[in-house]
Design a protein around this ligand. Structure first.
Ligand code: EAX
Length: 329
């Protein structure tokens, strides 16, 4: 019996000792707050949900993401990015729309008709040019993790069908808080009104503005068909999105969790883009089903009409960079 007691004692002490070490080794999981301003049916949310799953897997539960959709932590994307800078928000999924207000160089991607199609987008944004733009965010205390997608933007309005650039003249159009977009619409003779996303539906409903422009997925998942009846497939600008993190908080993460987040951020980017591209045609058919009058104007006419925007911004962004993007095959 004495021998058995000693063995049991040794076993217990060893067990407690081992458990102690493991217990101490395993830090409490880190939970990051992610904010975005769109609905829970929109691609940003679908992508963020996938990101949370991937991060948990890759970090073996050491890193978790809590998602705050629909502007809960900041009614507009600019407010969310400000929250990110001061540290009240850890991660943000946002269009590049308002980012130019923090890092002007990022606005280069918002030039009209800069990107030909999705594969051109992927080659540029997943390549050295894209990485350079992400690195540039560090100037504003922001860690650029990956380019996600918003999509090619199209025009909706309540006044008239749009079949040519002249049809845009005089329309009071909501734009993002983005000077390049506003300049492009001024060249078309429209009256651009910068406004945060959360105010657009009601402003259209009350006739404060005539129209707005967004990718099909945003028009569909935010019921814009209830307040605007004309949709013109202008595809006048590609709107990238970004997964951003407060840079200090990123640097404070242990290397294994930094690695998990960077990998998951890039994988979720592919997942989110694929979701948008796989569902675009279906969503467009649904918009027609909800009674939207859809026109497909000649994009070359709009491209030609917005060319003056390039003249204005060439010196700011550098003709070299613009040419490099345009010439990327
Ligand atoms: O990022 O503000 C906009 O029009 C954006 O496309 C929307 O917030 C999604």
């Amino acid at each position: 019996m004495k021998g058995f007691k000693r063995m049991f004692l040794v076993f217990m002490v060893t067990g407690i000792f081992m458990f102690g070490i493991v217990g101490i080794g395993m830090a409490a999981p880190v939970t990051l707050k992610l904010a975005h301003v769109v609905s829970t049916t929109a691609p940003y949310h679908i992508g963020a949900t996938e990101l949370a799953k991937l991060v948990e897997q890759k970090s073996k539960g050491q890193l978790k993401i809590e998602i705050f959709p629909g502007g809960q932590l900041g009614k507009g994307e600019r407010e969310c990015i400000e929250g990110l800078q001061i540290g009240t928000i850890d991660l943000v999924v946002t269009s590049t729309g308002p980012v130019g207000g923090f890092v002007p160089q990022m606005l280069v991607v918002d030039l009209p008709f800069l990107f030909r199609d999705n594969s051109h987008v992927d080659k540029v944004l997943d390549g050295p040019i894209g990485q350079g733009l992400l690195n540039g965010l560090s100037k504003a205390g922001i860690k650029g993790i990956a380019f996600w997608e918003n999509g090619f933007r199209n025009l909706t309005n309540n006044k008239r069908p749009v079949n040519k650039p002249e049809d845009v003249k005089g329309l009071k159009l909501r734009t993002m808080e983005n000077e390049v977009h506003m300049d492009a619409f001024r060249t078309l003779g429209a009256d651009p009104t910068p406004m945060t996303w959360g105010e657009v539906y009601t402003s259209l409903q009350q006739g404060v503005i005539d129209g707005q422009e967004n990718p099909i997925n945003i028009i569909r998942t935010h019921k814009i068909y209830e307040v605007n009846k004309n949709l013109a497939l202008t595809g006048h600008v590609y709107s990238p999105a970004l997964l951003l993190m407060n840079e200090k908080k990123f640097k404070d993460l242990p290397p294994n969790l930094q690695k998990a987040l960077l990998e998951a951020g890039k994988e979720a980017a592919k997942f989110e883009r694929k979701f948008i591209r796989d569902n675009e045609t279906k969503m467009l058919e649904e918009l027609k089903g909800f009674g939207m009058q859809v026109t497909a104007p000649d994009k070359k006419l709009f491209h030609k009409a917005t060319e003056p925007t390039y003249k204005k911004y060439e010196s700011r962004f550098g003709k070299d960079l613009i040419d490099k993007i345009v010439k990327t095959k």
